[in-house]
Structures are given as C-alpha cells and as structure tokens.
Ligand binder design. Structure first.
Ligand code: SAH
Length: 220
C-alpha cells in the first residue's frame, strides 16, 4: 500500500499555503486538505504531481478535480459536523474524503461502474469506510436517504436537475457548476419548501454531467 511520508506531508503543507494565497481562507477546509493524502487517489504514474494545484486523469476519461476547485466548492458548502451530504460524481473519491474529514456523513454517487468499484474499495482501504458509495445516475439524486443538508455536484450540468433541489433540506445548500462549455458555480440555498436563493459565482471547466449509467467492460 502507498505510504504517507514526511515528504508527502511537506508537499501537502505547501499546497495548503498556495490555496491560502489563492484566497481560500476557511481554516477547517484547509485543515481537511492538509489531512487527506491526495496521492492515494492518483495513479502511481502521477504520484509525484499529487500536490500540484492541477487536475489529473483518473481513468474512464475522467479527472480528479484541481485542489483549488475542491477547496472552493467545499468552502461554499459550509459543512457542519453531522451534515448529511450527497455528492454526485465520486470520481477518484478525493472530494468525498475531504467532506468526511470535515465531519460530514457522506453519500456519493458515480455513473461509471469501473470508477465506482475502484473508489469504494480505495476509500475503505484508506480508512474512509463511513462514506457510502452508490453506482447510480446522479441526475435523479439519491432519494432514499434524502433530505440532505448539503449537495455537491462535481460535473458540469447544463441545467440544475429538479430532483436535487427537491432532495435538499430546508436551509440546505446545493453547490453545482452550471453551463455547457464553461460552467458557472452556483450556490443554491433552500429557503423554504418552495423558495430557493440562487447565487452565480466564478467560472470553471468540468467534465460533463451525463444521464444514465455506464457499465464496466465485461459486465452485463
Ligand atoms: N469528485 C471527483 C471529481 C470527478 S470528475 C473527485 O474528487 O475526483 C466527475 C465525475 O462525475 C466523473 O467520475 C463522472 O463519471 C461523474 N458523473 C458525471 N455525470 C454523472 C451522473 N449523472 N451521475 C453520477 N456521476 C456522474
């Protein structure tokens, strides 16, 4: 198993410093980035680059988000201990681990079976067995555990799927990048049963939020 060495910890400290310089000021979020070994979530070939502020390929034509983007979205979520959090787009599992490190009760959904299996197994192996992983189409959310105090979508959606708004608790926050080529980060707060407050924030570029699931090759 890959180890978390002093060298890795030092690189992580520098990453935290660079996030602080880029404007991330939430100390709890910075502490979570400092605590979670990002190199566990990357292929061995990219291990050396794990603490650069860059996205990287994780297989199945997907990427692990850039640390700045993960931190930015996590700040917007205002995670409190015990929050029930739904993540759409497990990918590598890194964002889910950050949310769990902040004390969230995390439910994460992935539409690609190969990624779902890999991340579920990895999260258990490195001590995040409280994270519940699901192989699903996240456009429908995860109704059986709703409502969620927080929902985060880590793929670029052309529109905000209604089921996600419906599965948000009153007072809950949904963070989702919306748009076709470029996405704008939206923070949507549920004010009441019928009212939502929408804030449009900075521009980002995400892999697409797609409907339906994709089975792993060789499985029916
Ligand atoms: N949070 C991830 C980022 C992964 S990239 C990380 O920390 O590594 C976004 C992921 O969203 C991809 O794995 C992609 O397969 C997944 N995705 C896209 N559309 C989806 C959908 N409808 N339901 C669930 N997952 C989806």
């Amino acid at each position: 198993m890959v180890k978390d060495t002093y060298r890795h910890k030092g690189l992580r400290r520098r990453l935290v410093d660079s996030l602080r310089q880029r404007g991330i000021r939430d100390e709890a979020v910075l502490a979570a980035v400092d605590a979670v070994p990002r190199h566990f979530f990357l292929d061995k070939a990219f291990e050396e680059h794990a603490y650069e502020d860059k996205p990287f390929p994780i297989g199945s034509a997907q990427t692990i988000s850039q640390p700045y983007t993960v931190a930015y979205m996590t700040v917007l979520l205002e995670v409190k201990k015990g929050d029930r959090i739904l993540e759409i787009g497990t990918g590598s599992g890194y964002q889910a681990a950050i949310l769990a490190a902040l004390g969230g009760r995390v439910f994460t959904v992935e539409r690609q079976e190969a990624l779902y299996h890999r991340s579920k197994e990895l999260l258990e192996r490195i001590g995040f067995s409280s994270i519940r992983c699901f192989f699903r189409d996240g456009t429908k959310g995860l109704p059986e555990y709703a409502p969620y105090q927080k929902i985060i979508v880590t793929a670029g959606a052309p529109v905000v799927p209604d089921p996600l708004k419906e599965q948000l608790d009153i007072g809950g926050i949904l963070v989702i990048p919306v748009g076709e080529d470029v996405q704008y980060m939206y923070k949507i707060t549920r004010i009441s049963e019928t009212e939502f407050k929408e804030e449009m924030l900075d521009a980002f570029r995400f892999v697409p939020f797609l409907e339906g699931v994709k089975k792993a090759p060789g499985k029916s």
